[in-house]
Design a binder for this molecule. Structure first.
Ligand code: ADP
Length: 550
């Protein structure tokens, strides 16, 4: 901008300079011409005075011939000429302007072109007392000649003025532009020129609008990123040229590629497996299929994004399907485990009853056999009970009723029941304080019972179980600590699996089903509680369940 202002000022200055120079030179030349005429007129008057007084001999007395002196009679004929003696061949002079004027008014003058371009001719004529006219003529520089005469000083002056103009234009341009550069768009009132105030106000309002839009856009993008980054499903947004516009972390992990934004999906490693889906989407159809990427099964789904009837983008979702596979494997495993677990007590019951039925059992042994049948059927019932409980907790549509519960009261009652049913010589000590939780009573009770049963079952002779309930800053905590056999850290993760037992024999002999901790784990998840274990072989175990405070 400074350059433009500079150029404008300079061109105006040069134009003014040229116009001024033209007028000044013109004026100088005009006054130069006038002075030439005046000098010639003065001379003519002197000569006319001399001729009037002394006649033509006065001219002869003049020794210089700077002027051409011509005397013309009233007929317009030249009767004397100091330069050209051949007066008879000369034209009639009555048509000459200066001569005509002199005869009419006593004095006349005129300027005419000279024979050369460099000079002009001036004439002045005065009426003599004898009725003739004396005319003086001379030459003086033409305007071109005049210009060449003054060109040197004139050019110097012009050059000097141009240099000064350059300097002034530079300074002025800077002075005009500097405050403009210092304008703060946030302060439209603080402008150096009133003329730009309206545009500054508009700009400032526009800037604020853009800033707000940017902020909203940034926030939306962040929200979008936060939401999509937490998604387990892979999500990819593409434009109609198949270039990636957005991709979440899961999709990057699934596709095993990074920095895909801006790149074409067609250039990715696994594109071939998805190509048919994208072809459908580009034709405007939703489509899905199962694909295997890096040994994992996914449900891939594409939807076209349409605008004005055309496809402007494509959304790809990749749903992890492998958990369905593993769930199926788990289900099969569970079914075979259940049948195996049920077979053992059933076989025992069937064997004992067959013996009883055959009558070969001695009378004194019959009670013992009946007892065994009773115990095995009890075990079977407990197992079926646990299986039903677990499958109930497994149900995805399960609705559980939650309420505000004092964990302290619930535990105190549960411990009383545990103590009543206790046959082992393990002492159960309870200590608690009011601690509110928001959860399902039945499920929390099953947590307490299962943990206490295990703590008694896997304890040592004359061992102890300490159950405590405490209220912490954000949580209500149940702790079941025993002085029992403990659990090897390598088994800590696995003990929550169905039918996983560290010590199979002990579990079965003491009526364990291998499902207790699976039920506990499920119950914890459904009550938003976290379970942790601290245990070492021979050092006892401490299970800690932390519920969010109600
Ligand atoms: P179980 O009915 O066999 O007790 P659980 O699911 O309740 O089944 O427990 C799984 C396994 O974890 C048990 O078989 C046992 O080996 C181990 N376990 C559970 N609680 C304790 C504990 N308090 N002390 C030592 N081992 C335990």
């Amino acid at each position: 901008m400074a350059k433009k202002v500079f150029q404008s000022i300079l061109s105006v200055a040069v134009m003014v300079l040229l116009i001024t120079t033209f007028f000044i030179v013109n004026e100088m030349y005009r006054s130069f011409t006038n002075s030439q005429l005046e000098v010639l007129h003065g001379e003519a008057r002197v000569i006319a005075y001399g001729i009037n007084k002394d006649g033509l001999q006065f001219i002869d007395q003049l020794d210089d011939a700077d002027y051409r002196i011509t005397i013309i009679n009233d007929q317009g004929n030249v009767i004397y000429d100091n330069i050209d003696n051949d007066i008879n061949t000369m034209d009639n002079h009555l048509d000459r302007e200066e001569v005509r004027k002199a005869f009419a008014e006593g004095y006349g003058s005129s300027i005419r072109k000279s024979t050369t371009l460099m000079e002009r001719a001036i004439y002045t004529a005065i009426l003599l007392s004898d009725g003739n006219v004396v005319r003086l003529s001379s030459t003086y520089p033409s305007v071109y000649h005049f210009l060449t005469l003054i060109s040197q000083p004139l050019l110097l002056v012009i050059l000097f003025i141009i240099l000064v103009s350059l300097y002034i234009a530079y300074k002025l341009a800077n002075r005009i532009v500097k405050p403009l550069n210092e304008i703060d768009a946030d302060m439209p009132d603080n402008v150096p020129y009133n003329e730009i105030r309206p545009i500054m106000e508009k700009l400032s309002a526009q800037k604020k609008r853009i800033e707000n839009d940017e902020e909203t856009l940034k926030r939306r993008r962040q929200e979008f990123e936060t939401i999509t980054s937490k998604m387990n499903e892979g999500m990819v947004l593409l434009n109609d040229e198949m270039a990636v516009i957005e991709i979440n972390a899961s999709a990057e992990t699934i596709l095993g590629e990074e920095d895909l934004i801006g790149k074409k999906i067609t250039e990715t490693e696994h594109y071939a497996k998805l190509a048919s889906l994208f072809e459908d989407a580009l034709l405007g159809h939703r489509s899905s299929k199962k694909v295997r990427i890096n040994d994992k099964r996914y449900d891939a789904e594409v939807s076209p994004v349409k605008m004005d009837g055309g496809v402007v983008g494509i959304v790809l979702f990749l749903f992890d399907d492998s958990f369905k596979e593993s769930a199926e494997v788990m289900r099969k495993e569970f079914a075979s485990n259940v049948s195996h677990e049920l077979k053992t007590p059933l076989q025992a019951i069937s064997g004992y009853s067959e013996l009883l039925k055959s009558g070969i059992v001695r009378e004194e042994d019959q009670e013992d056999f009946a007892n065994k049948i009773y115990l095995e059927s009890q075990r079977m019932m407990k197992l079926i009970e646990d299986i039903i409980k677990l499958s109930h907790l497994d149900n995805e549509d399960l609705q559980i009723r939650k309420e505000k519960i004092d964990l302290n009261e619930l535990c105190a009652d549960a411990i009383e029941t545990v103590k009543k049913d206790r046959i082992e010589d393990v002492e159960v000590i309870y200590k608690g304080e009011p601690a509110m939780v928001y959860g399902n009573r039945e499920l929390i009770e099953s947590i307490v019972f299962n943990l206490c049963e295990n703590a008694i079952r896997y304890n040592v002779e004359n061992g102890k179980v300490f159950v405590t309930v405490s209220s912490e800053e954000d949580s209500s905590v149940l702790e079941v600590k025993d002085t029992g056999i403990g659990i090897d850290p390598k088994d800590h993760e696995r003990i929550y699996e169905r039918f996983y037992r560290v010590d199979k024999g002990r579990s079965k002999n003491t009526g364990g089903t291998g499902l207790g901790l699976s039920i506990v784990k499920h119950a914890c998840i459904l009550n938003n509680a976290e379970i942790s274990l601290e245990s070492r072989p021979g050092k006892g175990s401490t299970f800690r369940v932390s519920f969010p405070k109600a």
